[in-house]
Each structure stands twice: as structure tokens, then as C-alpha cells.
Design a protein around this ligand. Structure first.
Ligand code: GLU
Length: 316
């Protein structure tokens, strides 16, 4: 029976720097959610952007996860080694007649005066959808490839955010699945990787919620079932800023020098509403207190990780 199946969760970091508090939070919640129900956990390095990512960061990531007390049942091959796999799925989309080459330049795309999704995606107006073969050849360069999207509303019930919907045609437009340099884009790779690994639950930051409908569309086209989604609240600094990789005092190098794993796990769990009082707990204990009902829905300020500053202190 479907409902009795054990969940399969995953953590899919981009090894482009030392793990940051935001990644730590996503890893902990994704892990605790499936472990609390006896499910399994998959790790995957998302290193499609080989210019920005490095093996050294992937090694540090694993070490930081272990320090936190997290474990995984399987690490699937990094995306940079899977382009032949993605080729097959790309061919499958091509066979369906859903792909077309796009020659638009970055500046052309940016000048498109259309609404865009929260991730900065412009609604692609379909400029290259109906080019003739002669028009395509006249560009004389390699194109990116876009998948056509239907005028249809994609609905999901997010474990954290509740109901969410998006009409891809109106809010996103045909989107790129392979770049002009032959590199596959995140949307395709993540769909294939999660699908092949049998992931049933995708837990990650709120900033990726608007990507979920694109992934659901590709899942449908490529024959994968839809996972459940849980898009986590973002972590904020006491002055209301969103935390970023630039906050070096909150990367794992700095955090590990300042505190124990239990203090870090406990502080995040408390800020997220999973603990009633501030206390130190292990990752294993986190799995016993985790519940989607308790998890806060609004932005989270892990105050006690900032030495003495209050979440509500005015910006100086
Ligand atoms: N690789 C992405 C990141 O590090 C996460 C992608 C995902 O979880 O779907 O932000």
C-alpha cells in the first residue's frame, strides 16, 4: 500500500563553498523529517556548475554533515558525472516534440519587460518557438534548448507553506533545459536525479518553491511520480536581512569553532519551533521531536547563534 511505504528524503547541496547555516538548517530538517518516520536519506552533490564548485568543498560538506550527526544511506554520483544520463532524458523530451532551440542572448532576455517568478525567472515570450530551419541556421551558433510548457495550473500542497500553484505558461514560459554550452540546467538534472533515486520527499529552502512546478512538469513528462515538497522558511539575521554565504561568521568553519553540534542543532530546532526551550540536543534527538505541524512557517531568526543580538534590535 502506497501510504505504508517508507519515505526517501535527500540533501542536494551545491559544493561551492563551506556549508552555511541555511544549508545546515535544510540538511537537518530534510534528514529529521524522514528519519522520524524510519525513512532513508540520499546525499547528492549538485556540481553542474563546474566553475563554481570544487571537490574540496564536497569533502568538507560530508565532514560537516558527519560532525552534525547526520548520516545517509546512499550518495548518488555528482551531477557533473551524469551528462550521459541527462542526454537520454533530453532525447526523450525531444522525441515528444517538446524541445526547440533558442538563440536569444542574455541581454535580449533581460530586456523582456514581463513579470517574473521570485527566483528572478522572466516569463519567456516564446521568441524562438516558431523559427524556421533557415532562420535557425542563420544564427550560426549553438543554441540553448527550451521545453514548451502547457497552459495548465500546477498545484501542490507544501508540507510547510500549504497550497501553492503556478501556471507555467503565464508565470514562467518555456524554460531552458540545456544551455548553449551543452550543460544541463538544474531543473532537468534535479528532476532526473530525484526521480531515479526514488526520492519521495523534497525538503529545501523557500527560495526553490517557485521551481517545484517546473520540476513537476518534467516529472510528468519523464515518467517519475511527484514527491512531496516541504519548502523551509528562510533564515534571517537579527537586522532582518536574509542570511547569505557572505556571512562568513555563520559558515561551518566558524560555527564549529564556536560551539558543539548539540548546541547548533538545539539552537536551530528551538528557533524553528521544534523545541519549547533552548537546549542542546543531538541530531538523533531532533528526529524524535521533529514534526511539520510544529515547524514555523514564517522567517526564522536563530537569535542565539548571533552573540547577544536580538531579532528585533533596530538596524544600526
Ligand atoms: N543545489 C541546490 C542548493 O544548494 C538545492 C537544490 C534542491 O534542493 O533542489 O541550493
Amino acid at each position: 500500500m502506497e501510504s505504508l511505504k517508507k519515505p526517501v528524503g535527500r540533501f542536494a547541496p551545491t559544493p561551492s563553498g563551506r556549508m552555511h547555516l541555511g544549508n545546515v538548517f535544510a540538511a537537518l530538517m530534510a534528514w529529521a523529517s524522514v528519519r522520524s518516520r524510519g525513512g532513508s536519506f540520499v546525499l547528492r552533490m549538485e556540481d553542474l556548475d563546474t566553475q563554481r564548485t570544487a571537490k574540496e568543498y564536497a569533502d568538507l560538506l560530508r565532514e560537516d554533515l558527519e560532525w552534525l550527526g547526520l548520516d545517509w544511506d546512499l550518495e548518488t554520483p555528482p551531477q557533473s558525472q551524469r551528462s550521459e544520463v541527462y542526454d537520454r532524458y533530453f532525447a526523450c523530451l525531444a522525441e515528444k516534440g517538446l524541445l526547440y532551440p533558442c538563440y536569444c542572448t542574455r541581454s535580449q532576455l533581460h530586456s523582456v519587460n514581463a513579470p517574473h517568478l521570485s527566483d528572478g525567472t522572466y516569463v519567456y515570450p516564446g521568441t524562438c518557438r516558431n523559427l524556421t530551419a533557415a532562420e535557425q541556421a542563420a544564427f550560426g551558433r549553438d543554441p540553448a534548448w527550451r521545453v514548451m510548457v502547457p497552459d495548465k495550473i500546477w498545484k501542490l500542497h507544501d508540507l510547510c507553506r500549504g497550497d501553492y500553484q503556478q501556471n507555467l505558461a503565464a508565470e514562467c514560459g518555456d524554460f531552458v533545459v540545456r544551455r548553449a554550452d551543452g550543460v544541463y540546467v538544474y531543473q532537468l538534472a534535479v528532476t532526473v536525479d530525484d526521480g531515479e533515486a526514488g526520492v519521495t520527499e523534497v525538503v529545501r529552502g523557500m527560495d526553490l518553491l517557485s521551481s517545484a512546478p517546473r520540476q513537476m512538469y518534467l516529472q510528468e513528462l519523464l515518467g517519475f511520480s511527484h514527491p512531496e515538497y516541504g519548502h523551509l522558511p528562510l533564515l534571517m539575521a537579527p537586522d532582518g536581512r536574509r542570511l547569505s554565504k557572505r556571512d562568513r561568521d555563520l559558515d561551518m568553519g566558524a560555527l564549529r569553532r564556536r560551539m558543539t553540534p548539540e548546541k547548533l542543532v538545539g539552537s536551530l530546532a528551538y528557533s524553528a519551533g521544534l523545541l519549547e526551550k533552548q537546549e542542546s540536543i543531538s541530531a538523533a534527538e531532533l528526529a524524535t521531536v521533529f514534526s511539520w505541524e510544529k515547524l514555523r512557517r514564517d522567517n526564522i531568526c536563530p537569535e542565539n547563534l548571533f552573540s547577544g543580538k536580538s531579532c528585533f534590535s533596530p538596524k544600526i
